[in-house]
Design a protein around this ligand. Structure first.
Ligand SMILES: [Zn+2]
Ligand SMILES: [Zn+2]
Length: 237
């Protein structure tokens, strides 16, 4: 791994954004995302464009906020390049199922970028389309199918980076209302399992504070198919 500057761990990413070195950003994103695919490439490309347009930097302290509208591969590129992540409270997830995101400064100045899917589909080879059906949709591809798809996807990902932004994206300046800085809540000990719980998630059972799993109440879960409300009867292990 390359040398990380302890004073600014995002220095290399910032330099690559400033230099327009999208292929470097995509390679680094591979560390997070695990593979190269057209949608993560578009996330990297869209995010680099938005960061440059707004001139924002992230030290993970909510300097800017990214609002993603999908939990597909696109959003990993957005997180890596904007520095707005699930864990640093600068990522907002709206469960719209659209390959789009908005980057906003704290004053509400923002840019929304959505993907024009058709252009990317045109770039896809018929071979990649067929393999995608077999390997990803039907989950029935052979090992050599998987390997070939990964090669084609990697090739296509780096090609997508070269396309003109305006052919791949719709880009619009917008103004958004962003939430206040994330509040720091007290922790409360669950009276059943003894684990600490962020105060607004505490439930009361028989007059005692309990965590959601111990309360037996419904809860929201973000998984591959978006946000859904689960009932505790489907509790695992
Ligand atoms: Zn992917
Ligand atoms: Zn508990």
């Amino acid at each position: 791994m390359s040398n990380i500057n302890i004073d600014n761990p995002r220095q290399e990413i910032e330099e690559a954004i400033a230099a327009g070195d999208l292929s470097k950003l995509l390679k680094v994103n591979g560390m997070l995302h695990g593979h190269f695919c057209p949608f993560s490439a578009m996330g990297v490309k869209a995010a680099a464009r938005a960061v440059r347009e707004l001139g924002v930097k992230s030290t993970g302290m909510e300097e800017a906020v990214a609002i993603v509208e999908t939990n597909n591969c696109f959003s990993d590129g957005v997180q890596l390049v904007t520095g707005c992540s699930f864990g640093n409270n600068a990522l907002i997830y709206r469960d719209f199922g659209k390959t789009a995101f908005t980057l906003a400064r704290r004053n509400g100045d923002a840019v929304r970028i959505s993907v024009r899917a058709n252009r990317v589909m045109e770039e896809r080879s018929p071979e990649a389309t067929q393999l995608f059906e077999r390997v990803i949709v039907e989950r029935s591809g052979s090992e050599s199918d998987k390997k070939r798809l990964s090669e084609l996807w990697t090739e296509l990902s780096f090609r997508v980076l070269e396309l003109p932004d305006d052919e791949v994206f719709n880009i619009k300046k917008v103004t958004v209302e962003i939430p206040a800085y994330a509040r720091i809540f007290a922790s409360v000990k669950c009276s059943v399992c003894g684990e600490n719980v962020m105060e607004p998630r505490v439930r009361m059972k028989d007059g005692k504070p309990v965590c959601i799993p111990c309360s037996g109440q419904e809860y929201y879960q973000l998984a591959g198919d978006g946000i859904s409300l689960l009932s505790p009867s489907r509790k695992e292990g």
